[in-house]
Design a protein around this ligand. Structure first.
Ligand SMILES: *Cc1c(COP(=O)(O)O)cnc(C)c1O
Length: 223
């Protein structure tokens, strides 16, 4: 088996410089994260609040933790304590809870809105129509401690490149619509997070500037 270091160097070399690599370390031990850290990786993705809370304290403080899993409102406090970017905001209730907790601890937190375009119902997120409808200047203005810096999405889990490409185009189109519309006054709205191990090159070709890669760096996850 190749090492995490070698994998990371190879993956990194395959990405254009403008694309941020989030190394998805969920279900992998702190030692694997340390190995990636030792060759310069700083952005790591976790999908469970408890796992993040148990790993973060033992690892270097300059790691930027990305929360990418479904987040329940009762776990927001623990995630806000260590997350650099919460990528998986899939309801207004969650957005308001994040804002409240960030305010309570006196920090401003960055979030991405999760947009659902994939064929599977199991994936969460706002539909493109919902997001355009709900993201009003009033809502944005009511958030005092949360910055919406982009959107995150996943393509369908299928073997059909045309379908995957169409999903990425749909995400890109939501991103462009918001950037040219309600988010135009906010230049920090600049992140389009899409692409995983198996589809990241296609995602980049369709406009992604942040990819979330687990398997290609850390190997298969053991559940
Ligand atoms: C697990 C996960 C990834 C990484 O998937 P790989 O196929 O292992 O690269 C990316 N994004 C999200 C939201 C995930 O949950």
């Amino acid at each position: 088996m190749t090492s995490v270091k070698d994998n990371l160097i190879r993956v990194k070399a395959s990405l254009p410089e403008r694309v941020t690599l989030v190394a998805v370390s969920k279900f992998h031990p702190a030692e694997a994260i340390s190995e990636a850290y030792s060759v310069g990786q700083r952005d790591f993705g976790e999908s469970r609040a408890q796992e993040l809370a148990s790993k973060a304290p033992s690892l270097p403080e300059d790691i930027r933790w990305h929360f990418i899993g479904h987040l329940q409102t009762n776990k927001v406090r623990s995630v806000v304590a260590s997350a650099h970017l919460i990528q998986s905001v899939d309801s207004i209730k969650l957005l308001r809870e994040i804002d409240k907790e960030a305010k309570r601890v006196g920090r401003v937190i960055d979030v991405l809105l999760e947009v659902h375009v994939a064929a599977e119902d199991t994936k969460s997120g706002f539909t493109p129509a919902e997001i355009v409808r709900m993201l009003t200047p009033g809502l944005i203005g009511s958030l005092s401690h949360t910055r919406i810096t982009g959107i995150m999405g996943m393509a369908s889990n299928v073997d059909d490149d045309d379908r995957i490409a169409a999903d990425f185009d749909a995400l890109r189109s939501v991103y462009d619509t918001l950037r040219g519309g309600v988010m135009a006054p906010y230049p920090d709205f600049n992140t389009l997070s899409m692409g995983m191990s198996h589809d990241c090159q296609l995602a980049i070709a369709h406009g992604s500037n942040m990819v979330r890669i687990g398997t290609d760096i850390f190997g298969q996850r053991e559940y």
